[in-house]
Design a protein around this ligand. Structure first.
Ligand code: B16
Ligand code: MG
Length: 231
């Protein structure tokens, strides 16, 4: 018998849309003003990481920036966000990653709840721009999450909102820190990207076009059965 999950929790950047390029451009502009060299490779380390923590990682690239006050950090991260907000202005429906709309429709058709578990405080604006806001039953407020990914808090917040057991939830993530967060919440983790990075995930697909409702649920159902057999 197939066991259906009670909740799907999606990451935003790298799963629903590719805002990481826009985060990169905004950070690059700020880094340039601070005379810090910042490249695409380093940007990889910022995926799924919150705003202030991302800034701190960038500042660490220049030992001269060690003494920057907390107040100044807030100012700098606000400036980066202004650049980012300008860039997301142009986001539209065609920026939704392949396969995502179909997957959302399939989940809805099975009357399963859908949540967004993103580290981004801009998540509601991004979903609005993509025309996807109504597809989500709940958006975790990143501003209220005390411990960001890899801590499971983001995913647990969504499950608690719907009052469903954690092992009845499926989380979908592209970042290593995100997969770790899902696993830490005792949920079924779906990784989107390269297997060699995402080997901790319970199920991995190479890109979003390969996210198939039936495949995911079948794998979830097997995982659940194994878990129950081992108790
Ligand atoms: P904001 P996700 C994350 O999104 C991004 O991957 C990360 O690069 C960004 O710094 C973070 O959101 C915070 O975003 O500055 O908009 O609050 O992958 O968790 O959806
Ligand atoms: Mg992500």
């Amino acid at each position: 018998m197939m066991d259906y999950p009670k909740l799907f929790i999606f990451d935003l950047d790298g799963v629903i849309t590719d805002t990481s390029e826009l985060h990169f451009l905004a950070w690059k502009k700020l880094a340039y003003e601070l005379e810090i060299t910042f490249d695409r490779d380093f940007n990889e380390k910022l995926k799924g990481i919150g705003r202030i923590e991302s800034l701190e990682r960038i500042l660490e690239l220049d030992p001269a920036k060690k003494g920057i006050s907390e107040e100044e950090k807030i100012k700098l991260s606000n400036r980066k966000n202004d650049y980012y907000l300008e860039l997301i202005e142009s986001l539209e429906k065609k920026d939704i990653l392949p396969g995502i709309e179909t997957l959302l429709q399939e989940i809805k058709a099975h009357q399963i709840n859908i949540a967004l578990g993103s580290a981004s405080k801009n998540a509601p604006i991004v979903l609005e721009k993509l025309g996807l806001k109504d597809s989500f039953d709940y958006i975790v407020d990143a501003a209220k999450v005390k411990r960001g990914k890899p801590d499971p808090e983001t995913f647990i917040t969504a499950a608690q909102y719907f009052n469903v057991p954690y092992d009845e939830c499926i989380g979908i993530e592209d970042a290593v820190a995100g997969v770790e967060a899902i696993n830490g919440a005792n949920m079924f983790s779906v990784g989107v990207g390269e297997k060699r990075y995402l080997n901790a995930a319970d199920y991995v697909v190479e890109d979003t076009s390969k996210l198939d409702f039936k495949e995911i649920v079948t794998n979830f159902s097997d995982w659940k059965a194994k878990k129950e057999a081992s108790v």
